[in-house]
Design a protein around this ligand. Structure first.
Ligand code: ZN
Length: 234
């Protein structure tokens, strides 16, 4: 059984923090999670009886929690005036209700038309379409190099992964990748296409990735450095 508990105000390293207490019967042990976006703390206990022990565990890990909280970034919603990356370049959201195109890109701005309440939807739709266009093109090309064919490609908001590949040759990618530079999408397409040959991360897999995309290291490096930050937007 899994159930979600409420919030408790607890002292973490001398400062009060609202900690979400979760009881999860499938959890093997007590664990702490600090959200990368917003810095929210979740304390998970395998049973209700273990909550007091979980509180003590949190106290013992206070300095670790502090450090994670210091690294956390504030969420950046899709609103007029916010700065968001598009194709690897930071651009300002400009809401212009009378603009002829739903979404238009300039060097420094992304101009969104229509009513204010539609802005987040239009922007997310734009990112999904951009991600699909670029990733489809790159995946088809990499697949053709290997004499393979992509059966399906879906764009979603994957929480933990940028891309994935099923055994039935279907690829899926996160729409947030449209915020990244083009070479990152090139690499992720090569990565997932290479999984059509090798369903693992062994030496043969990485050799094939390097053949498909010689810039793969640069892209991996970008994702390591900037990838987690992309989750703050929208
Ligand atoms: Zn992989």
């Amino acid at each position: 059984m899994s159930l979600t508990g409420g919030f408790e105000r607890l002292l973490v390293a001398g400062a009060p923090a609202d900690v979400r207490i979760r009881v999860d019967g499938r959890a093997k042990r007590i664990s702490i999670k600090v959200d990368r976006v917003g810095g929210g703390i979740t304390l998970t206990a395998p049973s209700r009886a273990m909550i007091p022990e979980a509180r003590r565990f949190l106290k013992s890990r206070a300095s670790w929690v502090e450090a994670r909280k210091a690294e956390a970034v504030e969420p950046t919603p899709f609103v007029d005036g916010a700065k968001i990356p598009v194709h690897g370049i930071l651009r300002e959201i400009v809401h212009d209700p009378a603009a002829p195109d739903p979404v238009r890109l300039t060097d420094s701005a992304i101009i969104i038309s229509g009513s204010t309440d539609l802005l987040p939807t239009l922007l997310t739709k734009f990112f999904k379409a951009e991600a699909r266009r670029a990733l489809k093109k790159a995946s088809d090309r990499h697949a053709a190099t290997l004499g393979l064919k992509i059966v399906g490609l879906t764009i979603r908001d994957q929480k933990t992964r940028w891309g994935s590949c099923s055994s039935s040759s279907k690829l899926s990618f996160s729409w947030r990748l449209a915020m990244a530079p083009a070479y990152v999408l090139e690499y992720l397409a090569a990565h997932e296409v290479a999984h059509l040959r090798h369903m693992n991360h062994g030496p043969k897999f990485w050799k094939l990735v390097a053949e498909l995309d010689p810039n793969w290291r640069k892209a991996e490096d970008w994702l390591k450095r900037h990838g987690p930050n992309l989750r703050r937007y929208g």
